[in-house]
Design a protein around this ligand. Structure first.
Ligand code: SAM
Length: 494
């Protein structure tokens, strides 16, 4: 039977979200900037700067610069180290929980204000903030020795494992996933933005960009911002903070409130805004300082933004997109009801593994499916109470329809993956997959698990259809016309 409403199991929600708190590196497959130096790091151990002769010279020079500028002093309880995540910050002594680990004065921040007061400020004023900061990063990087941030650029990675940098072959490993469509959507968006800014800003201002600036370079800058920029600070929505951006993420940290903008001494005689980072955990000397990047991000968001995922299923998620069809004969009434309840013609529901369905999902589903003999509920006299009615089953036909449509959508989405959960688990057990393959397996397993969970919920509901209480019975009960056992109470004249 043709479905009266539409469910898109594969429309990505994260594309619609703006970048939230971000952090760190990437792995560009084809670097085109000739002057970009390869960053070589020794992995697998925690080796703090001064005791490790293998620490890259670039990192040592960066650290010396931070000392010379007074950002780092003998009191600073961390230093850069080579860690499994690339570079990271390592405690040089015991650090208490909530103790300040670093403070970086505003003059080192890279944000739209820094762009505005730079030589490209006037031509960037009308641009989206992230694009102006991306151009600034590219310009400063090109300046090399001339750039105030030259030592910082030397320690920036060439890329991360974000899916925006995956080859076509690597992307095949996530076929059928929402992450794939999000990744392709984001890539297309960045490409279009590049073509636009190239035509309108870069090419007409050759004197300010006297170097070849390619799409790959723009993707590099985008990836740096997506993985390293801090947001949600009091006055800052997009700011890259050298030194602070060396901090890695750990799932062990379960709070997010580590970064603050404070006023304080910034040099011998000056006072300025400082970006301050506190350690969420207490640490021993030699241990790495971690923060929590973002508790709300799904594993797909993490893969796209940072190029890694968490192994636990807590971040597995799937977004169901529901839509009131324009061809629905009750379109206007349904839209009005949806809008009065904070929703719209389309609604996105992020469903997380192990968690119950979002509260508005069932009412919205019932609304979209409403029709036939239930359509009287759409009449305007019920407008103030309809959402309350929809929070509970309306009729058997309506409830049966939502179960059927959701289950079909789950089955159809599940058939789009090229492996089963069992095959993925076997692959994980079998070998030592590369970081990207491991992410791909984790993402597709996670999405399938959530789809399976949604299907199970509606399967169970389907089996209860005969026992649920529907609108008419509730109404009769409210009027005192039905007994607790469901027997009809007739009015009998005395
Ligand atoms: C803000 S940077 C942190 C510094 C970075 N490790 C570096 O070498 O420059 C964020 C990047 O670090 C890496 N990273 C951070 N936490 C990680 C984790 N828990 N597992 C794997 N990679 C991580 C990812 O490449 C991420 O994009």
């Amino acid at each position: 039977m043709a479905s009266p409403f539409t469910i898109y199991p594969s429309i990505p929600s994260s594309m619609l979200k703006t970048p939230t708190k971000t952090h760190f590196s990437f792995l560009k497959t084809k670097p085109t900037f000739n002057h970009i130096k390869k960053r070589t790091l020794v992995l697998n151990s925690v080796l703090p700067t001064e005791t490790d002769p293998n620490i890259p010279q670039t990192v040592q020079r960066f650290w010396q610069w931070m000392k010379d500028e007074g950002v780092v002093s003998a009191k600073t309880p961390v230093k850069p180290g080579v860690v499994p995540e690339g570079l990271g910050l390592v405690a040089t002594r015991g650090i208490g929980r909530n103790e300040v680990v670093l403070e970086v004065p505003k003059k080192f921040w890279i944000n739209p204000d820094a762009v505005a007061s730079s030589e490209i400020g006037s031509i960037c004023s009308g641009l989206k903030p992230w694009i102006s900061v991306a151009l600034f990063l590219l310009k400063e990087r090109f300046k090399g020795e001339e750039s105030k941030w030259k030592y910082y650029f030397d320690v920036l990675p060439e890329g991360t494992n974000s899916t925006i940098y995956w080859s076509e072959e690597e992307l095949l490993e996530i076929q059928g996933t929402q992450l794939l469509s999000t990744t392709l959507g984001v890539k297309e968006y960045v490409q279009n933005e590049f073509l636009k800014v190239e035509k309108e800003v870069i090419l007409p201002n050759k004197q300010l960009f006297p170097f070849p600036l390619t799409m790959d370079d723009f993707f590099w800058a985008f990836g740096i911002l997506r993985s390293r920029a801090f947001s949600r600070l009091r006055n800052q929505n997009l700011v890259v903070i050298p030194f602070a951006d060396l901090i890695n993420h750990s799932a062990k940290v379960t709070s997010e409130d580590h970064a603050h903008e404070v006023r304080g001494p910034a040099g011998l005689f000056s006072w300025d805004y400082l970006f301050q980072l506190r350690s969420p955990l207490s640490l021993k000397a030699g241990e790495q300082v971690y923060i929590q990047y973002d508790l709300n991000k799904s594993n797909a968001d993490m893969a796209l933004d940072y190029g890694f995922i968490e192994s636990s299923s807590d971040r597995d998620a799937f977004t169901l997109t529901l839509e009131i069809s324009e061809s629905d004969e009750f379109f206007g009434d349904k839209l009005d009801i949806a809008e009065s309840n904070g929703l719209g013609e389309s609604a996105y529901f992020d469903i997380k593994y192990g968690q119950s369905l979002p509260t508005a999902m069932l009412p919205y589903l019932r609304l979209v499916a409403l029709g036939g003999s239930d359509a009287f509920l759409l009449e305007s006299i019920f407008r103030n109470s309809i959402w309350g009615f929809l929070e509970l089953p309306v009729s058997r036909a309506n409830e049966e329809l939502i179960c059927r449509v959701v289950r079909n959508a789950c089955k159809s989405a599940l058939s789009g993956y090229h492996t089963t959960i069992e095959e993925d688990e076997k692959l994980k057990e079998e070998g030592n997959p590369s970081p990207r393959l491991e992410m791909a397996i984790g993402i597709r397993t996670g999405e399938k698990r959530v789809l399976q969970q949604i299907d199970d919920i509606f399967k169970e509901r389907e089996s209860e259809l005969d026992f649920l209480e529907y609108y008419q019975e509730r109404r009769l009960k409210d009027l005192g016309l039905v007994g607790e056992q469901g027997d009809i109470i007739f009015w009998e004249p005395k």
